[in-house]
Ligand binder design. Structure first.
Ligand code: SF4
Ligand code: SF4
Length: 144
């Protein structure tokens, strides 16, 4: 029998299944810069102040949209238009009908695998509360 994420499209997922699909990589909670001329997006190692830097859970999940203007409530309809999600994002993978990677908790059975395989930002980034204003100095190239 196929798992729910294999047998259902994104639009068929229940709210609980939708939440379970998120790999908690934390990459989408990093501040980003956009090149005005090329439109290219650059990730920085500066995280939203509400991201738990050890396990990449959001500390204000239920109120996140009120607390952080830039925070996005992802939906299946958004996925084509949003160009800044990392290629590893589970929603993006499923939108393009790709399998989940072996380190995803729905495959490995453990929420720790993603951190052990260094596929999350856990322990690799800093809070926006602890850095200066020059984000260009904080651009990183290890988010894919
Ligand atoms: S509010 Fe939560 S989900 Fe939104 S960017 Fe911050 S840590 Fe991420
Ligand atoms: S990039 Fe995608 S899978 Fe990773 S935390 Fe953000 S929404 Fe979840």
């Amino acid at each position: 029998m196929q798992a729910f994420w294999q047998s259902k499209s994104l639009t068929q997922l229940s709210p609980q299944e939708w939440d379970q699909l998120c790999d908690r990589c934390g990459k989408c909670c990093l501040q980003k810069l956009e090149d005005e001329q090329t439109g290219e997006i650059y990730y920085t190692d500066v995280a939203c102040r509400y991201l738990n830097l050890d396990n990449c859970f959001c500390g204000v999940y239920k109120e996140r949209l009120e607390k952080v203007d830039a925070c996005v409530n992802l939906s299946p309809q958004d996925l084509k238009a949003i160009d800044w999600l990392p290629d590893t994002c589970a929603y993006k993978l499923r939108y393009y009908e790709q399998p989940l990677p072996a380190w995803h908790h729905l495959v490995s059975g453990s929420m720790q695998t993603i951190h052990q395989q260094k596929m999350s930002v856990a322990k690799r980034v800093v809070s926006e509360d602890n850095v200066g204003p020059d984000l260009e100095e904080r651009i990183i190239h290890w988010v894919d």
